[in-house]
Structure formats: structure tokens, C-alpha cells
Write a protein that binds this ligand. Structure first.
Ligand SMILES: [Zn+2]
Length: 285
């Protein structure tokens, strides 16, 4: 009798366990049909990514092959001369220069750090350009000097041309300081001298692009450009790095239509499209 009672309990328990856990496992498997990399952990949550997210964020690649979509333009564009608290420690070539407000804040932080090192003659000569402005520039200056509308990073609001009021950027202390330190503040020298074959753009010691941390740190450390960095992310299931005591993990996911991707529940995350075919998820804690 005792044995029979024990068996009933075992059978009931197994039934309960099956009912409790099997559907969840099945469900997870369905949801993860499109997940191509990484393993599912209990601590991961699933997010649905849509096609439009491929065209939004700070990691968008813009070049001859991948133009700027209209909805890729940063939504916090401001005219810098109207924002007195944003323009400190540097000059503006003219009062109409615009930029993403959040990028301007990062730029300010960077300029303050340069000032501490005695480098303080920065001058912004160009920031955000809308498509019309870009087209005008292209028509006036020609293809040697400007890109057509939608093919310039300036159309995103994430790029700026920085000069020195002392001398040309390739020789000025401002240019040298930025080349060495801008990665700490999320910026990259977008068109380096030794990468013209990859970027398709001549050396521009004045053109800096905001991509954010830890991306700027990895790009700087590896001595690569944005094109190569995005390729690297596609080749690796994930890249981890520590910057300023923060641990970051960066993963690329291809997106087609509605795609489920896993995002760890612990810590925070940020997502950006690549303007090509996927999104990059950056988790940090
Ligand atoms: Zn530029």
C-alpha cells in the first residue's frame, strides 16, 4: 500500500513537471526560430525587432552603397548658437550650424577634457545638414568636395567637421589630441589616411563621427574603420570589452521582417541598426 501511494505521488509529480515545463520549452523554441547565434539562457528575454530598426541608431553605416533614410535622421537636432550652454570652450564658423543635442553634449565633455590638456582652439565648421543643404553643397562644390544628398554622414546629425583656429587640422594640436583621445567620448576619426580604399573617402582629419562607447573604443584599439567594425561584428557571435569599469557585450543580429532576438535581463542594453541588414545590441553593466 505504501509503495502504491509513493508511485502515485511520483506519477503526479512527473505529470505536473511536464505540464509546467514542456510547453514553455516548446514556446521558446518557436520564438527562437530566427535566432542564429548564441544560446538561450533563463536570464534572457526575447524582443521583437522590426525592419525600421535597421535604419535607426548611432551605428548606421553611410557610404556610396548605403544612403541615409529619411527616418534615420536624429530627432534631437538643435541649432548650436541658440544653445549657449552647449557652446562652451569652442567656436562656431557660423551661427546656422546644427547638430544632435545629445552628440553636442558628448562633444562638450570632450572639449572640456582637451582644455585640461591645454588644447583649446577648437572650431566647428559643419554639423548636421539636411538633404537640401547637402544637395546645394554638392552642386556648388562638386563631387571632389561634397557627397550628394543622403550619401553624407552629415545628414544623420551624428557627424561634425572640427577645425582649429590656429592651423590646419592635420598639424594642429587640436587634430592630434582628437585623433588620440576622441574615442573616450564616443567619437571616431571617420576617414583616416590609411583607410581610404575601404571608406572610399580621402583623408579628412577634421571629420569626426559619433558612434558611442564601447564601439569607439574597440574601433580605436583595433585601428579599424566603421565598415570593418560592422564586418567584425557579423563574423563574431559577440565581442566583450571593459571601458571605464563598465563591461560591455556587443552582438549583431540579422533582421528580416519581424525577428526575435534575445536580450539579457540583467543590466541595460542599447540597440542600433547598421543601415544594411541587421541590428547591433550592446549590453552593459
Ligand atoms: Zn565632414
Amino acid at each position: 500500500m505504501k509503495k502504491w501511494g509513493f508511485l502515485v505521488i511520483v506519477v503526479l509529480f512527473l505529470g505536473y513537471a511536464a505540464a509546467r515545463y514542456l510547453p514553455e520549452t516548446g514556446n521558446l523554441a518557436d520564438k527562437n526560430d530566427k535566432i542564429q547565434k548564441g544560446s538561450i539562457r533563463d536570464s534572457d528575454s526575447l524582443n521583437v525587432v522590426t525592419q525600421d530598426q535597421v535604419y535607426q541608431g548611432d551605428l548606421l553605416l553611410v557610404n556610396k552603397q548605403y544612403p541615409v533614410h529619411e527616418d534615420s535622421v536624429k530627432t534631437d537636432i538643435v541649432t548650436l548658437s541658440d544653445q549657449k550652454d552647449l557652446v562652451q570652450g569652442y567656436g562656431l564658423l557660423d551661427t546656422s550650424i546644427r547638430l544632435s543635442e545629445s552628440v553636442a553634449h558628448k562633444f562638450n565633455k570632450m572639449i572640456k577634457a582637451a582644455e585640461k590638456d591645454g588644447v583649446n582652439h577648437f572650431l566647428i565648421s559643419s554639423g548636421y545638414r539636411d538633404f537640401e543643404e547637402q544637395e546645394r553643397l554638392y552642386e556648388e562644390k562638386g563631387s571632389d568636395y561634397a557627397l550628394p544628398a543622403q550619401y553624407s554622414e552629415h545628414n544623420l546629425g551624428l557627424s561634425l567637421d572640427i577645425g582649429s583656429s590656429q592651423s590646419e587640422m592635420s598639424k594642429a594640436p587640436e587634430g592630434k589630441w582628437l585623433e588620440k583621445n576622441s574615442w573616450k567620448y564616443g567619437f571616431i576619426l571617420r576617414y583616416p589616411k590609411d583607410k581610404t580604399e575601404i571608406t572610399g573617402i580621402k583623408y579628412e582629419p577634421w571629420h569626426f563621427r559619433y558612434v558611442g562607447l564601447p564601439h569607439s573604443a574597440i574601433i580605436h584599439e583595433k585601428g579599424i574603420v566603421l565598415e570593418q567594425y560592422l564586418d567584425l561584428l557579423k563574423e563574431n557571435s559577440e565581442i566583450s570589452t571593459v571601458v571605464d569599469g563598465k563591461t560591455y557585450t556587443v552582438s549583431y543580429y540579422p533582421v528580416s521582417g519581424y525577428t526575435s532576438i534575445k536580450i539579457p535581463k540583467e543590466g541595460q542594453y542599447k540597440m542600433s541598426g547598421d543601415n544594411m541588414d541587421g541590428v547591433i545590441v550592446t549590453t552593459f553593466r
